[in-house]
Design a protein around this ligand. Structure first.
Ligand SMILES: NC(=O)c1ccc[n+]([C@@H]2O[C@H](COP(=O)([O-])OP(=O)(O)OC[C@H]3O[C@@H](n4cnc5c(N)ncnc54)[C@H](OP(=O)(O)O)[C@@H]3O)[C@@H](O)[C@H]2O)c1
Length: 278
């Protein structure tokens, strides 16, 4: 596995993590595929993707419970990230949500606690004070945000007295590149890690067949002897501040995604993809 520095900390995290939206349910708890979810996460961990991303919202908390089972006995060597939902951003609600996540995750601390979505009804300063308290209490190691604009990250940072926002988790893939306009350059300037979600465009990268851009992706895949998904992930990870969290329940997919690192697209191949998917 390859590693990148998390924000301005000295902490190194794997460039590929494991997304878990859908493991343990989507909007409600669903335990019928827990076994395969645990297997998929454990395989990902064994292959070096020792960074797991979940949220209190996923499967109404059941995703965190599945993650707890999968990470049992190896907690110390895993970078564990979860999120507080937008409706829980009032001061006391953040504290309550964190306690509940710690319990479901069966851990004493969360490596990265992220504000899942901004909520205009609750002042960011209030949320951030609560997040900072969790850091001071040792329950949270680092504070991150998700789906935040440049303005919102700046405002959130201003509300923190001695803690830095280390990451912004946002959608980023070959087919969704809007963060390249301002969020990505801002993150590079400020030393904020971009955690790319839906990096495989929710599976679309491997499924879509027609059109010139897909032909070019196939040509690059053929030239590198990699799959489309591996090329798409490698393309993302060549950006210095970007790490990615593909979700895969299928064990074949987990293995394939792990093969997205350890090699690099050439500049020429990157240019072709940039042009095709602009
Ligand atoms: N912060 C946010 O607001 C937010 C929003 C969305 C997602 N996320 C996070 O980001 C993670 C990833 O995003 P996502 O789940 O939306 O989309 P994604 O990772 O782009 O795509 C997941 C889909 O791609 C399939 N897949 C995975 N690897 C594949 C491969 N090598 N070849 C072909 N298909 C493959 C998966 O199938 P199988 O499962 O069958 O393997 C699944 O259907 C989430 O799980 C979640 O942790 C965060």
């Amino acid at each position: 596995m390859e590693f990148k520095t998390l924000g301005v900390t000295g902490v190194k995290i794997p460039v590929l993590g494991l997304g878990t939206w859908g493991i343990g349910g989507l909007m409600s708890s669903d335990s019928k595929n827990d076994g395969i979810g645990v297997q998929a996460i454990r395989l990902g961990l064994d292959l070096g993707m020792r960074f797991v991303d979940t949220a209190e919202m996923y499967g109404r908390g059941h995703s965190e419970e599945v993650v707890a089972v999968a990470t049992k006995d190896q907690r110390e060597s895993i970078f564990l990230a979860t999120k507080v939902s937008a409706e829980h951003l009032a001061y006391d609600d953040v504290l309550r949500s964190c306690e509940a996540s710690l319990k479901r995750l069966r851990t004493q601390y969360i490596d990265l606690y992220q504000v899942h979505w901004p909520n205009s009804r609750i002042p960011l300063s209030e949320t951030m004070k609560s997040m900072e308290r969790l850091v001071n209490e040792g329950k949270v190691r680092h504070i991150g945000v998700s789906n935040f604009s440049v303005r919102q990250v700046t405002e959130a940072q201003k509300a923190l007295s001695k803690t830095r926002i280390v990451s912004n988790q946002v959608e980023y893939s070959l087919t969704e590149r809007s963060i390249e306009r301002d969020l990505l350059p801002f993150a590079e300037r400020e030393g904020i890690t971009i955690i790319a979600y839906s990096p495989l465009a929710r599976g679309q990268i491997s499924e879509q067949t027609r059109g010139d851009r897909w032909n070019i992706l196939d040509q690059v895949a053929e030239a590198t002897r990699k799959t489309r998904s591996q090329v798409a992930l490698n393309w993302l990870l060549l950006k210095p501040t970007v790490v990615a969290i593909p979700k895969a329940s299928n064990l074949r997919h987990v293995k394939e995604n792990a093969g997205a690192v350890g090699w690099s697209l050439t500049e020429g191949q990157q240019d072709r993809l940039n042009e095709a998917f602009k």
